[in-house]
Ligand binder design. Structure first.
Ligand code: FE2
Length: 281
């Protein structure tokens, strides 16, 4: 394993995005570790969306009836939509539920500014115009779920990992025929916890030969990150961060306080034989 020589952050406002057409390329080639875009959605819209997310479990609001899936218990986190990394029993249900999940996701965001209407085109403008979309599934007309919404409760966290490790899971078998190596990711913040719950990216890159599936993560020697430099990336409601998370170790620090941390998170990769980027949750 190699330590990367530097951590570089670019922070811009959403209204300036067109001035940075190569920003995602810089994340992909290692010139930038992370790109923060402030104000992709306004704070009022995010406050309303957060309220809707809080109502979902009691069967109310625009997310009523959405499927809730969970992280491993100790992480105190859960998803609306299904995380491809954690699926073990085939993908039929995942693909069948995609359209109704997408409908709810669009209802959560301002009219005409849904995830695929606002956020993906913004990423495209930051990535030399490459189209961003959910990958097509193995059966015609059924796409992968473009993102998951994630809740993390008090003391919820995600331990250090790199996202390329996820691609070892059997649920990626078909997807790996569509994308090139090295995942990256985007996180949209709906709100901010009282404290903690911050994405932290370490100055530590894992080469392909040293990656292990996350299920085996606890059985192998992990690097000592205690002395590694890191970038803490606190987001305000409506901000996004694009991270070279496939190769860089990163984590979410424990959420402190009673306020749930709500985000949407998509993994992304360049399409094989297409000048395009695929996004999935
Ligand atoms: Fe990750």
């Amino acid at each position: 394993m190699n330590a990367s020589p530097k951590l570089e952050l670019l922070e811009i406002s959403a209204s300036d995005a067109t001035h940075y057409p190569n920003a995602v390329t810089k994340v992909r080639n290692g010139d930038l570790t992370a790109l923060v875009v402030r104000g992709v959605y306004d704070a009022v819209a995010m406050a309303w969306a957060t309220e809707q997310l809080e109502l979902a479990d009691s069967g109310r609001g625009v997310m009523a009836g959405v499927r809730r899936t969970t992280f491993p218990e100790k992480f105190n986190g859960w998803f609306y939509g299904q995380n491809l990394n954690l699926l073990t029993d085939g993908l039929d249900e995942y693909f069948n539920e995609g359209p109704s999940y997408l409908k709810r996701l669009d209802a959560l965001l301002p009219r005409g500014e849904g995830f695929t209407e606002r956020l993906l085109p913004l990423l495209s403008s930051l990535d030399e115009g490459r189209p961003y979309s959910a990958p097509p599934g193995p059966r015609q007309g059924k796409n992968y779920q473009v993102t998951t919404i994630r809740g993390h409760g008090c003391k919820g966290y995600i331990p250090p990992h790199c996202d390329n490790e996820q691609a070892h899971n059997p649920s990626y078998e078909h997807l790996l025929t569509l994308v090139r190596d090295d995942l990256f990711s985007v996180v949209l913040a709906f709100n901010r916890p009282q404290s903690g719950g911050v994405l932290e990216v370490y100055d530590y890159v894992v080469p392909a030969c040293a990656r292990v599936p996350i299920a085996l993560a606890s059985t192998v020697l992990r690097p000592d990150l205690s002395r590694a430099c890191s970038l803490l990336l606190p987001l305000s409601p409506g901000d996004i961060v694009v991270v070279d998370s496939g190769r860089h170790y990163h984590r979410v620090t424990p959420v402190e306080g009673i306020r749930t941390r709500w985000t949407a998170c998509s993994f992304m990769a360049h399409a094989i034989n297409r000048r395009a980027v695929y996004c999935w949750g």
